[in-house]
Unconditional design. Sequence first.
Length: 441
Amino acid sequence: MTHVFHRNPREDYAWAVRGEGAYLYDREGRRYLDASGGAAVSCLGHSDRAVIEAIQRQLDRLPFAHTSFFSNEPMEALADALIARAPQSFDKVYFVSGGSEAMEAALKLASQYFVEKGEPQRAHIIARRQSYHGNTLGALAAGGNQWRRRQFEPLLIDATHVSPCYAYRGKQAGETETEFGTRLAIELEEAINRLGGENVIAFVAETVVGATLGAVPPVPGYFKGVREICDRHGILLILDEVMCGMGRCGTLWAFEQEGIVPDLVAVAKGLGAGYQPIGALLISKEISETIVAGSGFFQHGHTYIGHAAACAGALAVQKRLHEDGVLERVIPLGRLLEKKLKKAFADHPHVGDIRGRGLFWGLELVADRATKAPFDPKLRMHARVKREALDAGLLCYPMGGTLDGQRGDHILLAPPYIVEEAQLDELVDTLAMAITLEEQT
Ligand SMILES: Cc1ncc(COP(=O)(O)O)c(C=O)c1O
């Protein structure tokens, strides 16, 4: 009997009691290899002493001081650390408690920016189908996942959705990746023209799509095309790197690999690495200066913004990434994981696509590789694979609705940056077993 209104109240959840490196333990003593960091959160594993001790020291000094009265040292230092490693156009950071809050702040700040700039008619957001930007109403409205949106539709602000950059299913036969990217950029520009370029606030996208598509990177040149179109119409580019940022794809910012710079970028999960709840919005100088010169303040705020203990934890995460060489591990370990996944699954009859970047990988499950036909959604393949994997001591992040919010299944992998090669073998072997067992049932 529980009084907790769990995510899925019908589910009987094991209780997690302890973490050690890449492993979690439940109260029955069962061990799980955390190959997804929950939902791409725990990038340093579950027992990083430096981060834990930094939080403890901060708690001893000052757990919290409300930001309407005070700034605090870890918040200032964390903002300095992030800006020092961001492109020059970024100047300020707004700290929140998670990814949805970061995206909500991005949407409101973008809207306020245009009001202050004397373009209050800009009222439209354009985003992509099959994206996820969070569960608060603004972030949910921007998101393009039908299953998540459907029952809340009456409460959602209007948003226009264009095609995702999802080459496995979107690229036509005979089309090159560049042609595919160009076609999508044209589709975006057509949507902008329909709304009137002067009426659009922002284009919102996950640089590498996480939960809803399963680690889908853009094709080369896609974001360059998007950036040019946004610039032509004076539209802001908001990148959601809540899941794919903070080193997950091998560089601190996933957009570094696209050769573009957004106007606003939201980060969260890997920022606090699960040690404290925290998210952040990086803000370009142009936007912050317009607001400071205008009304003088961002009309937003939450009680826990800039939480001192959360910022101290995230600052320690940054130190681990950059000063202790943890971030450098991501690309070589990612290559190893890619090799192992391809060896195990490239010819698998029910794995249609293996894609990803850094330590962020997705496997798309299909009923038929040749036709790419998905499994019948009634089979709930993703849920079954999750259960088999869990029973075998592996935490991965399978999800359904890959194609259109309803059909399709994929498995998302996001192991910690401290993972060892032997644990990658354990991951791939256990996953292969979970998928095979699943097919037999
Ligand atoms: C890309 C992306 N944006 C936003 C969010 C929302 O973050 P949170 O769950 O911390 O509110 C998520 C969470 O999965 C996400 O993956």
